[in-house]
Design a protein around this ligand. Structure first.
Ligand SMILES: C[S@@+](CC[C@H](N)C(=O)[O-])C[C@H]1O[C@@H](n2cnc3c(N)ncnc32)[C@H](O)[C@@H]1O
Length: 237
């Protein structure tokens, strides 16, 4: 089944916009359920996520079925930064409890699910990849929490939430150059801004306060090592 929205062929009944959106969402959810397995997150076993066995085969599948270039299936794995941030929030729930929280670049939705479990409310998961928001939706359901999703590039805006969480967002020069000003602006507006990062090349550590470091189990085919030391940073304005 195709993982991405497609135009309805002419022999099918014409759908209205809402019905078509619902149909596309169902296609994405079905793709996730077909190509992943619900299992505990290694460093956060109290959370289960729909996760893929193997990244390259899944990436090839998304590309071949959509017949276009696609981003890597970030949504199908719990990245080191997200695992560490989820662990930190669950172990320190007062950081987020009873406060609105944004999980920027949510991927699988792991950090959003952890924030909701720790008592944040409402929790918003944001990403630019429609499969990511579908994954966040099924993963929130799997863990019996409520997470709302926003599919958009918000990096030029100012986040209204008083808690902003970002797991593993410094993986490319381009992403880092856009994410950092967004996070600094959020901190400047008084938000608590926490980043989880396993020492990615484009992480700046000036005007950041180290909170703690965890040794996080990671996917060896993605990271070439079984664990990565991963730090929680509080971003300052
Ligand atoms: C390495 S993954 C991290 C996912 C998750 N936070 C975690 O730690 O498991 C990076 C995510 O950033 C998302 N992303 C890339 N550009 C973005 C943008 N401009 N706004 C929001 N998300 C973006 C990607 O789609 C991907 O899901």
């Amino acid at each position: 089944m195709l993982p991405f929205p497609v135009a309805s062929p002419s022999h099918r009944p014409v759908r209205g916009p809402t019905e078509r959106n619902r149909h596309n969402q169902e296609v994405l959810l079905e793709f996730i359920r077909t190509h992943t397995i619900p299992r505990p997150v290694p460093f956060v076993p109290e959370i289960r996520l729909y996760q893929a066995e193997e990244p390259i085969a899944l990436w090839e599948k998304t590309e071949s079925e959509s017949a276009t270039q696609q981003p890597p299936p970030f949504w199908a794995f719990a990245w080191a930064g997200g695992q560490a941030l989820a662990r930190h929030i669950l172990d320190n729930p007062t950081l987020v409890a009873d406060r609105p929280a944004l999980d920027l670049a949510t991927g699988s939705g792991l950090v959003a699910v952890a924030a909701a479990k720790a008592g944040a409310h409402p929790v918003t998961a944001n990403d630019i990849d429609p499969l990511s928001l579908a994954a966040a939706t099924v993963n929130a359901e799997l863990n019996n929490v409520r997470v709302r999703t926003i599919e958009a590039d918000m990096l030029s805006a100012d986040p209204p939430e008083p808690v902003v969480l970002a797991g593993d967002v410094f993986y490319s020069r381009e992403m880092a150059a856009r994410v950092l000003p967004f996070l600094r602006r959020a901190a400047g507006r008084g938000a608590l801004v926490l980043v989880g990062d396993p020492g990615r090349a484009y992480l700046p550590t000036d005007r950041m306060i180290r909170q703690t470091t965890y040794e996080v189990p990671v996917e060896i085919t993605l990271e070439s090592v079984p664990t990565r030391p991963t730090t929680i940073w509080q971003v300052l304005p």
